[in-house]
Design a protein around this ligand. Structure first.
Ligand code: MTE
Length: 324
């Protein structure tokens, strides 16, 4: 658990959580009791049967208790906007992919854990859920395109997933991969992209207190368009590092080449730590637009998490540390 002083600008839980979230939670519980049709109407996904629904819900594990060590200095972004303005290039290279993403099949969902581990394993999502405590955290999210949001994620510390995987001592990085299935993901028929989507973290990053594995949002299971059933959440880095719908984690001693880095290394570096002082070739990074508002606000170094993560980069040169 992260030990740190509470900042004067941090909000109390009651102030930070919109009442609508609690109302939606209640609606969800009722919807589950009533069956799949109503539940789909509550935003869980189109065409889910009862088994898939319960699996995705995590057998009544939502909403999870909030971890008070992770609150915010800004209001939570509106759920209807956050869940309908998405980057998930597998389903299209625009933001309105939420309907298309409902074709993602999440039951069953198996992940391969391989590379430098004691024993390679296939880990089912439901089995994984049984081995973790779910909690809610409020995090900032900053896309390299200069929009930002404040999100109540549900999930568990990535460090717990590393423990379950049992890496060998020589492992230095974790390479993560998204599903590959161009039958359901039209974007993957665009062959100029280096599918599947890949991202990577160092072991020190993955075991930092902030690195989080998301299984839900707004007190509910993760919607498909946001990376169901399991995604990464690393709030001090640009949003593209937070890979969605993970199917494979490979422990390795070689630095992985991520999807965007392979496509355009000058624009999307491996480190990708939020930095208002280093512009992307196409977007100034000095300010950001909060989803649901036209107002621009200053961007903070490491997206406001400097105190928690700056030490991870002290041995890198400045360029590497802050952007590449
Ligand atoms: N993961 C996959 N598999 N495919 C993607 O296109 N887009 C990334 C990241 N993870 C992406 C992905 C980018 S650019 C951002 S900003 C965030 O997801 C957006 O997350 P959101 O749609 O939940 O806001």
């Amino acid at each position: 658990m992260l030990l740190r002083r509470k900042k004067a600008w941090e909000l109390k839980e009651s102030e930070a959580t919109p009442e609508s979230v609690f109302r939606q939670r209640r609606a969800l519980v009722k919807a589950i009791a009533a069956g799949p049709i109503l539940a789909a109407g509550a935003g869980l996904g189109i065409g889910m049967g009862p088994k898939a629904l319960l699996a995705a819900v995590g057998e009544g594990r939502y909403p999870a208790p909030r971890n008070e060590a992770f609150t915010l200095d800004r209001p939570v972004s509106p759920e209807d906007i956050v869940t309908t303005y998405n980057n998930f290039f597998e389903f299209g290279s625009h933001k309105q992919i939420s309907k298309a993403a409902q074709r993602l099949e999440i039951d069953p969902w198996n992940m391969l854990i391989d590379g430098m581990v004691e024993k390679e394993m296939e880990l089912g999502f439901e089995d994984l859920l049984k081995q973790v405590e779910l909690e809610e955290r409020l995090y900032r999210h900053r896309c390299v395109e200069a929009w930002a949001m404040a999100v109540p994620w549900t999930g568990f510390p990535m460090r717990r997933l590393v423990e379950i995987a049992k890496p060998l001592s020589g492992a230095k990085y974790i390479r993560m991969e998204t599903f590959l299935d161009d039958r359901i993901a039209p974007g993957q028929r665009q062959r100029w992209y280096p599918w599947p989507y890949v991202e990577g973290l160092t072991m020190a990053e993955a075991t930092n207190d902030l690195a989080f594995i998301g299984t839900g949002v707004y007190g509910k299971p993760m919607p498909k368009q946001m990376g169901a059933p399991i995604r990464l959440v690393v709030p001090w880095k640009y949003g593209f590092k937070s890979i969605k719908s993970i199917v494979r984690l490979t422990f390795t001693d070689e630095r992985p080449v991520s999807f965007w880095e392979e496509l355009q290394a000058k624009e999307y570096g491996f480190w990708a730590n939020v930095n208002p002082e280093v512009d992307h070739p196409r977007w100034s990074q000095a300010t950001e637009r909060m989803l649901g508002s036209n107002e621009r606000v200053p961007t903070l170094k490491y997206n406001g998490y400097e105190e928690q993560v700056a030490h991870l980069y002290k041995d890198l040169d400045v360029g590497d540390r802050l952007y590449r």
